[in-house]
Unconditional design. Structure first.
Length: 317
């Protein structure tokens, strides 16, 4: 069995050579067949030149270079689409993820038949205020919302069966929720492994506090998609029917009152119930239309890449 390592990166030229030597040493000492796929997400430093040199010197090294910075999810999507290994492992390029974890991750997938194994950085070297506390809140919300019982959704060190990464589609900024995407696709053998977290050796983090805001917004999105992504009419149609029913009840009440109870009273347009009935029926109709449009879009959508690959190294056409 072959292992594919998919490593997205942005401006990590100081760490790439050291990272590859560390990976190669682990792989060779364990006798693994492997490929290392570096995905350069629009770096402006010397990262691509280093990847290019490594790929010329080592056939196991493959490189993908984006036209510009598209984001980690798109980088993972590109790497997953070209990975050939039976077991696919992702890790960050900043040396904070240890390649020494690879053999155990591989064993959990290949021998214990897990679909996905996610790393858990129990001891972190990040700032408590800017990263650790927001991360704990984020992971708590993700567990409660998704039903996937992981402590660290955002750990870059994960291992997958090949079938998992070829099935799920990682877009937008959904890389945080790959375990949830896998669960929604029917891959339920998901485990968690405590992994060693290294202090950053070079450079600075590429992610700010705003990632947690985007993360919570993405959490709402994936909750909606997991429940109604394949059947939008079930949500919008239900609310549309409720609003139409409310509007119909008000209309019946006004009609009966005007015809039989108080025919000489105020005009219908002077009564607040008239506007409640009108507004409810308009909203109900609009929600129905949104549901129909969602169903039409879902049935006619075509998968499309939202990134442009500028160069590739060591991939067969």
């Amino acid at each position: 069995m072959q292992i594919s390592l998919v490593i997205p990166l942005l401006n990590e030229d100081e760490s790439l050579n050291e990272l590859y030597l560390w990976i190669a040493n682990v792989m060779q000492s364990n006798g693994f067949l492997y490929e290392v796929i570096f995905v350069d997400d629009g770096s402006t430093d010397n990262s691509w030149n280093i990847i290019d040199t490594l790929s010329r010197e080592n056939p196991q090294v493959k490189g993908i270079r984006f036209q510009k910075n598209y984001g980690k999810s798109q980088a993972l999507h590109a790497g997953f689409s070209m990975a050939e290994g039976d077991v696919v492992i992702t890790m960050d390029a900043d040396l904070q993820d240890s390649p020494e974890e690879i053999p155990e991750l591989y064993r959990l997938i290949s021998e214990q038949n897990m679909d996905l194994v996610s790393g858990w950085k129990k001891k972190r070297y990040d700032s408590v205020i800017s990263k650790n506390l927001p991360s704990k809140l984020f992971n708590y919300a993700a567990r409660k919302t998704s039903g996937v019982k992981l402590h660290d959704f955002n750990c870059g060190l994960k291992a997958f069966k090949k079938e998992v990464i070829k099935t799920i589609e990682v877009t937008g900024e959904m890389h945080r929720y790959i375990p949830v995407l896998a669960k929604n696709a029917g891959f339920t053998n998901i485990a968690e492994k405590p992994v060693e977290h290294q202090a950053r050796k070079y450079g600075t983090t590429k992610f700010g506090a705003e990632r947690f805001i985007r993360g919570f917004l993405d959490l709402i999105t994936i909750w909606f998609l997991s429940r109604f992504g394949k059947r939008p009419m079930h949500l919008f149609g239900a609310w549309g029917a409720l609003m139409l029913f409310v509007g119909f009840c008000f209309a019946v009440y006004l009609g009966i009152d005007k015809l039989f109870v108080n025919p000489t009273g105020r005009l219908l347009t002077e009564r607040p119930q008239f506007f409640l009935a009108l507004t409810s029926m308009i909203l109900g109709t609009q929600l129905f239309l949104v549901g129909f449009l969602g169903e039409l879009i879902l049935r006619n959508k075509k998968d499309s890449k939202n990134y442009i690959i500028k160069e590739r190294r060591n991939f067969t056409e």
